[in-house]
Design a protein around this ligand. Structure first.
Ligand code: ADP
Ligand code: MG
Length: 320
């Protein structure tokens, strides 16, 4: 790395990062040195966003900085981990200072809100791509896994589904309506970090919804070796998604569209009141949307009748 490139990192990625306990050594050496407190486990996740695949090339860089971190914070939330550190590998076609400045602003405004420190990374030239690795802390043995759901447990989602999917259709010009809440869900998702932490010792299993409820709940069901029935009528929806479903009679959006980053979790039935009051405390419009059953597979009811998804990904996860 040249002196010029490191100067770039100093300007856009070193100064704004929050200092954090346990950071023995941050940006500047060959490795960062991190101290994991006794009694804690490290939860580690990484996600790559590629231009043209995970985001539209002309997306606002400030929102992209936010989203690159948000999708990783969502993975930490799904494990019940507290965000601690992250590293950032950036591949850039050229050095565009205005772009970097906006990206850095979006990134650090979210990072500093959750006290996560950027402690290293890599910067290379090439087609725009962003890889973010996040590290979180969780008390030994208390991480929320996908595998703990048991028959009789209730299935919850933490908030509205299908919003980001409809936002994408709007950005792609596939709908005539424009809705700020849908665009916001797509470009500025809010990771459910506080909820994830509070679900430790409460939820039996948890996953974040990045690929649509049917697919992600499908992963949880497979890992737990159980099945479920979902009640479509209980899935929280923002109003433009409700209208879209009413107008098109297409129910796939909240079940198969990705990028929502809400949590899907299960709880034993006798903890329902505790979960409902937690959701209320955190002001999350989460709902109980179904129940875990012994029979494998995912069954969906709407207005008391079975519905079948037209999306083929569904079969892969549910028919066994
Ligand atoms: P090396 O060649 O030893 O991997 P680099 O020259 O790539 O190190 O990076 C120098 C320092 O800058 C390292 O501490 C590295 O973690 C950090 N760094 C490089 N790129 C970034 C980035 N995009 N964000 C944060 N830190 C970065
Ligand atoms: Mg080195």
């Amino acid at each position: 790395m040249s002196a010029g490139e490191f100067d770039l990192i100093r300007r856009f990625f070193l100064e704004p990062s929050a200092k954090r306990a346990g950071t023995v050594l941050g940006i500047g050496d060959d490795c960062a040195l991190l101290d994991c407190p006794p009694g804690m486990e490290l939860a580690v996740t990484v996600d790559t966003l590629v231009s043209g695949i995970h985001f539209l090339p002309d997306v606002d860089p400030e929102k992209l900085g936010h989203k690159a971190l948000a999708v990783n914070l969502s993975d930490l939330a799904a494990m019940g981990a507290k965000p601690a550190w992250c590293t950032l590998a950036l591949t850039l076609p050229n050095v565009d200072e205005a772009w970097l400045s906006a990206f850095s602003r979006g990134f650090f405004s979210l990072a500093n809100r959750f006290g996560i420190a950027l402690v290293g990374g890599d910067t290379t030239r090439g087609p725009l791509s962003i890889t973010l690795q996040a590290l979180g802390l969780v008390p030994v043995g208390q991480a929320l896994r996908r595998s703990g759901a048991r028959p009789g447990d209730l299935i919850y989602v933490s908030g509205p589904l299908g919003s980001a999917g409809l936002g994408l259709r709007m950005r792609q010009g596939l709908t005539t309506v424009f809705d700020a809440a849908a665009i916001g869900a797509l470009e500025c998702p809010e990771p459910r970090v506080a909820l994830g932490e509070r679900l430790r010792g409460l939820a039996s299993a948890c996953i974040d919804i990045s690929d649509g409820l049917a697919a992600d709940l499908g992963h949880l069901l497979s890992a737990s070796q159980v099945g479920s029935t979902l009640n479509f009528d209980h899935i929280p929806l923002i109003s433009c998604v409700s209208h879209f479903i009413y107008d098109t009679q297409n129910t796939d959006l909240p079940l198969t569209a990705g990028d929502d980053y809400e949590l899907c979790f299960t709880v034993p039935m006798d903890r329902q009141a505790r979960v409902d009051s937690l959701l209320q405390q955190l002001r999350l419009p989460g709902q109980c949307v179904g129940v875990i059953e012994t029979t494998p597979g995912l069954r969906i009811q709407r207005h008391g009748q079975s519905i079948v998804l037209s999306n083929t990904g569904y079969d892969h996860f549910s028919q066994r």
